[in-house]
Design a binder for this molecule. Structure first.
Ligand code: HEC
Length: 176
């Protein structure tokens, strides 16, 4: 009789432990799920305030879909930003010579602010001339600059150097 009671007690104890273990797991799951929800909420909030319709849609969206949607929005924003930048890049603060505009501005910017090529504004005329000489002679190797300068005569190089050397001053005058 004692043995049977002991056995029943053991079974009950084991059962209780099992239930506790299970519910612990449930708690963990609930925690995990709420963490996931919190994460997606943060992401959605970052992405400018959603409209009511978007909010309703988000509820039925899977994580992958949400990510896709966000990537799309980011791309749209980036494109708008790029368009603005391009626009800004094309608005000159001061006017430049046709020679600079034609030959140099596409890479160095309308006012030497730099695009593909480095920023030129702020360089002295002497430094620019020295750079151009070096590119032309091949002492400083750059295929693009070499190609451009190989057909350019000294007087044009000098003109451009002097002009670029005056960019910073021109910009300052413009900003006053
Ligand atoms: C197709 C693009 C392109 C065009 C057009 C171009 N450049 Fe460049 N330029 C570059 C690149 C790229 C470099 C960087 C080369 C390097 O550091 O080796 C550079 C470097 C320079 C530098 C050296 C700047 C520094 O701080 O080291 C000067 C000066 C320069 N260019 C002047 C000019 C002038 C003047 C013109 C117009 C005649 C011109 N560039 C046209 C692409 C261009």
């Amino acid at each position: 009789m004692k043995h049977i009671l002991a056995a029943i007690a053991t079974v009950l104890a084991l059962g209780a432990m099992f239930i506790v273990y299970q519910s612990d797991k449930e708690v963990n799951k609930v925690e995990e799920i709420s963490k996931m929800i919190a994460k997606t909420e943060v992401k959605v909030q970052l992405d400018t305030a959603p409209t009511a319709a978007q909010e309703a849609a988000v509820e039925t969206m899977s994580k992958a879909e949400i990510e896709q949607e966000q990537a799309k929005k980011k791309k749209e924003l980036d494109e708008k930003l790029q368009a603005l930048k391009n626009k800004a890049g094309n608005v000159a603060a001061f006017s430049v010579s046709p020679l600079y505009k034609q030959k140099c501005s596409s890479c160095h910017g309308v006012n030497g602010e730099g695009i593909i090529g480095p920023k030129l504004i702020g360089l002295s005329a002497e430094k620019v001339y020295k750079d151009l000489e070096e590119f032309k002679s091949g002492t400083r190797k750059n295929y693009v600059m070499y190609g451009l300068l190989s057909k350019m005569d000294e007087s044009q190089m000098k003109e451009l150097s002097d002009e670029i050397g005056s960019f910073e001053q021109k910009l300052k005058e413009q900003q006053q």
